[in-house]
Design a protein. Structure first.
Length: 200
């Protein structure tokens, strides 16, 4: 039934095939169309036959394209990084704070770690600030700069890109050239801001 519909649709959309179909049935065969001389009962198919026909058609159907066929663009890179940094600054990253590996708290993120630090004494968990400060003070300078860079870069990027999105919400800088300019400005601002925070 589906094959018959497909053939009739092709014939209806192509005037040359339609003319050849009614004038001379032998002219249709070289064009790649199948000619059915079927009675009405034999044109109908069972549901199982239709399912099998669909399954066979799906085997030869082209696969949908994926990211690897597209040319990389700053717009979708920044969109993905914005989402990742948003999750990282939320409560989805393990072992972001020193107190997480010192005290064994698992799956605390930036905000969750800060809230746990504030609420800890109220629920009976004692955070010893002096121990955390002494552990950080004993760390080498390279480790401190690396830790500040790891924490600062997502924060600066997400903040600047968030401002970029707010500007777009005000319908400013939304043509493609301005989108690219603001994207490069966010990357430059992220570099400068991260270096500044790491140097503190």
């Amino acid at each position: 039934m589906l094959a018959t519909r497909s053939m009739l649709k092709t014939v209806a959309q192509n005037p040359a095939v339609r003319t050849a179909m009614f004038k001379n049935t032998s002219a249709v065969a070289p064009m790649g169309l199948r000619h059915f001389n079927a009675s009405r009962p034999s044109m109908e198919q069972s549901p199982a036959a239709e399912s099998e026909l669909l399954r066979q058609q799906r085997k030869v159907r082209p696969v949908s394209p994926h990211l690897e066929i597209y040319q990389p663009q700053i717009t979708w890179y920044l969109s993905g990084i914005h989402r990742i940094t948003g999750c990282a600054l939320g409560a989805d990253v393990k072992y972001l704070y020193i107190d997480e590996w010192v005290y064994g708290f698992d799956q605390l993120g930036f905000y969750a770690g800060a809230l746990a630090y504030l609420a800890g004494p109220a629920v009976g968990i004692q955070f010893d600030t002096a121990a955390i400060i002494s552990a950080v003070g004993a760390a080498p300078v390279a480790a401190k700069v690396a830790a500040k860079t790891i924490v600062g870069a997502p924060f600066v990027f997400h903040s600047l890109n968030g401002i970029r999105h707010l500007v777009w919400d005000a319908t400013k800088f939304i043509d493609i050239k301005d989108v690219y300019k603001t994207g490069y400005a966010v990357l430059g601002g992220t570099l400068v801001g991260t270096l500044y925070l790491a140097s503190l």
